[in-house]
Design a protein around this ligand. Sequence first.
Ligand code: 3HC
Length: 312
Amino acid sequence: MSALESRFDETIAADQRIEPRDWMPEAYRKTLIRQIAQHAHSEIIGMQPEGNWILRAPSLRRKAILLAKVQDEAGHGMYLYAAAETLGVDRAELTEMLIEGRQRYSSIFNYPTLSYADIGVIGWLVDGAAICNQVPLCRCSYGPYARAMIRVCKEESFHQRQGFELLLAMVNGTAAQREMVQESTNRWWWPSLMMFGPPDGDSPNTQQSMKWNIKRHTNDELRQRFVDMTVPQAAALGITLPDPGLVWNDERKAHDYTEPDWSEFKAVLSGSGPCNAQRVEHRKRAHDRGAWVREAATAYAQKQAARRESAA
Ligand code: 3HC
């Protein structure tokens, strides 16, 4: 084993951070590019389902909150693309891979937002699941990713709280509003469980990612944490989670729950989810429409550089 490999292994074993200037195994770098790019793509694509309701928010206050949240997601995408670029890739290249279907984004964003209650349920369940998954990533061994996560998690907490508060207002409203929240929960519960990835036995990346301290917990461990966190929140809302198998197991000191339909998960990952084509088409259209901004910014930067050079 070379001195560089030993140093990398010692750093990981000492639970220290790997920084961009440090030597790292190519497989470690590739896994990070895959996961950070997927995370960044998810943040940007994730703006679509909620953005769909900005013009239809029921009050100026709700519109302002939703606008702030969607803007936050764009910022999360930028932090994460910046973290990925420290590994030697370029966000333009990553965006191309996303649009060509060569990189993934989270399955959760392939579901439609059919009612305004979805805005609250996404904040409550989807951002709640994101927090369960992202807090351990603040301790990821790769410095730039861990530091991006610290900032993201602070904003994610606001996202989850605003969603829960919106639902609290609705469940304390009319019977029709309560029914809207229940119907939305029934649609988003199972896709939220799928956000954590396949069962541990079907996860080809978890073991190695945990050896490298990229992942701190397995998919099933984080899914369980999310279920246990959400059950009392649903009770506080007076909402029933749509799983008859959900029951407290005193032996395990955790809730037993029914596994999601993994064939649906596989179908969504292979592109057959309700909104896959629409999400990627929208992303491509936005990217094409923004080409002139990128060209102008590049031309301006080149002009500034040439000016600095001639002044030197
Ligand atoms: N959606 C899409 N693909 C998924 C997935 C999901 N929910 N879960 C797993 N996969 C893919 C993996 O990418 C992998 O495919 P690949 O090898 O071709 O990339 C395959 O399914 C097997 O899964 P593994 O468990 O082996 O893969 P990972 O070790 O990468 O674990 C993960 C999957 C838990 C999603 C992990 O990648 C992760 O923690 N990523 C960072 C968090 C993230 O991306 N969150 C996405 C949501 S963004 C968000 O929540 C925004 C918020 O504002 C709402």
